[in-house]
Structures are given as C-alpha cells and as structure tokens.
Design a protein. Structure first.
Lengths: 197, 112
C-alpha cells in the first residue's frame, strides 16, 4: 500500500518535471488569449460607437499601449509566480517526505534501533580507521619542524669479510657522517626501533 | 499621461484595481471598464499596464484567476480578490486617505 503511494509520488514528480516545457507553452497561449479577448472587446465597443473597423483596431491598440513591453512584463510576472509555486511545492513535498519518514521510523522502533546502531558502529569504525591511517600515512609527524627532511638511513659496512646492511647508527657513526659532504646539515640522529636517522 | 504622472499612480493603481474587484469577479476588460467609468476617463492609463498589474498582483496572491465563460459566451480570464488582497486594499485605503487629508490640510479641501 505504502509502496504504491511511493510510486505514485515519484510518477507525479516526474510528470511535473517533464510538463515544465508544456506549462510554459500554456502560459504563452493563455497570455495571447487574454490579450486578444481584451482587444476584441475594445474593438466591439468602439464599433458600437461608430468607429470603422480599421479605426477601431487602431484605437484599441493605442489604448493598450506598447504591446511588446506589456506582454513581456505580464509574462515575467507569470513566470515568477510559476517559480514561486514550484519552490513552495518542493518545500512542502520535502516536508511531507520527512514527516512520512518520521512516522515510519516511529512505527517500528526495533528496526529503527538496529539501523541507528548499525550506522553508529559503521561511522565509529570508519572514523577510527581513518584516524589511524591519517596518523601513520597522511599527516607529517608531530614535533618535527622540517618533516620532509627526515630520512631513514641504511648503512652498509664490511665486517669480518661479510657485507652487512643495517639501520642502527651509533653516536660515533654520527660523528663520522658530519664530515662527509652532503651530510653537513645533519642536525640529529635517532635510533628508532627498526633503525633510522 | 506623462511618465512622472504614471510613476505617481503606480502605488494607487493596485488599490483602484483591488477596489474594482472587491465587489465581485471581473475579467481584465471589466476591470479596465470599471476604472474608466468611475474616473470618467480622467485617468488615461495604458490598458496593458493594467493587465501587467493584474498578473503582478496574482503573483503576490492578492488575486486569483480562472478561465470562465463571459456573458457573451466567450472564454475569458476572470480575476477574484483573495483575503490577502482585501487586507492589502484596506491598508492602501487607510494610507491613501491619511495621505490625501494631509495634502488637503495644506492645499485646502476640494470646493473650498
């Protein structure tokens, strides 16, 4: 039953959208009909007081004034009214939908509670995950002035004939590095678990 | 009628038209004829301007229009004053009277 009501509502909305063009045409037709009827009556009245057909036509047009300008002004007023009406229809339709949604939610509190809990958990989990990703990958580390200058340094050395690669750096290593061209600007070294600088 | 005169009239034009419709529904031609008759044709207003005013006042919900059959069996657009239109008419009426009496106080009443 409610499904049928929903369908009808959607169909009505679609009809409104697609009728827009023809509504505008109707407006033009009505406008012309109204003006023509007025001119016809004025002509008739003038003919009754002894005007010739040609003079009656001319006098009727003179009394009406600048046809193009007045017709445009009338049309503009009509279009504005149409817009206003559509806007108020949209507002009332939205309010009606909201009221309908509230009624539905209130009618089945169990479903409502489940949905609310599901959404709450989903939002919570997503927010938490985003916080972690952001901290690890997206935003620069805190308390570091030039975060883009922080590098991880791996050192290769030969020890007892074997090539060793490591990221552990001692203070003495640091002292050695400072003299090497290109590493003059090294300010600090820190051994984080897994190694680094 | 010169442009300045029309400018002066624009505020009162709405009032006159609402007054014309206060006694009953009329089509545009009827409103024009009513005003011409009551003013003995002294207000030479372009009839197109009256029609524009009708459409504008319909937009303000002071009037409502519908198509009907006129007394000589033709389709005509009839206008009807709304409750909001009557309120507007009363308001304009009161304002116009106090304005006119203030001017008369200075210039002397007609016939004095």
């Amino acid at each position: 039953m409610t499904e049928l009501k929903e369908t009808n509502r959607v169909m009505a909305a679609l009809r409104r959208v697609f009728q827009f063009r023809s509504m505008r045409d109707d407006l033009e037709t009505e406008l012309d009909a109204e003006i023509h009827e007025h001119l016809r009556r004025t002509r008739e009245e003038l003919r009754a007081t002894g005007f010739s057909a040609v003079d009656a036509q001319r006098e009727a047009e003179r009394r009406f004034g600048n046809m193009d300008r007045h017709r445009l002004a009338m049309r503009r007023a009509d279009l504005q009214r149409g817009r206003k009406a559509r806007r108020s229809r949209l507002v009332s339709a939205t309010l009606e939908s909201l009221r309908y949604a509230t009624r539905c939610l209130r009618a089945s509190p169990g479903v409502t509670l489940t949905v609310v809990a599901t959404i709450a958990l989903g939002v919570g989990a997503n927010a938490t995950m985003f916080g972690i990703i952001d901290r690890l990958l997206l935003s620069p580390p805190e308390h570091v002035v030039d975060a883009e200058d922080v590098v991880r340094l791996h050192v290769q050395r030969t020890f007892l004939g074997r090539l060793l690669t490591g990221a552990t750096i001692s203070y003495l290593d640091y002292r050695d590095f400072v003299g090497i061209p290109g590493l003059d600007d090294v300010v600090a070294v820190s051994n984080v678990p897994g190694g680094g600088m | 009628m010169s442009k300045e005169d029309l400018q002066l009239l624009r505020g009162t034009l709405d009032m006159l038209m609402l007054k014309a419709l206060a006694d009953g529904d009329l089509h545009g031609y009827g409103v024009v004829a009513w005003i011409r008759e009551r003013t003995n044709g002294q207000l030479e207003i372009e009839e197109g301007a009256l029609y524009t005013a009708l459409h504008r006042m319909e937009g303000r919900r002071w009037l409502r229009s519908r198509w009907g059959i006129s007394e000589n069996n033709r389709r005509a657009k009839y206008y009807r004053i709304t409750a909001a239109g009557r309120r507007q008419l009363d308001q304009e009426d009161a304002r116009w009277r106090s304005y006119a009496s203030a001017v008369f106080d200075v210039m002397g009443s007609p016939g004095e």
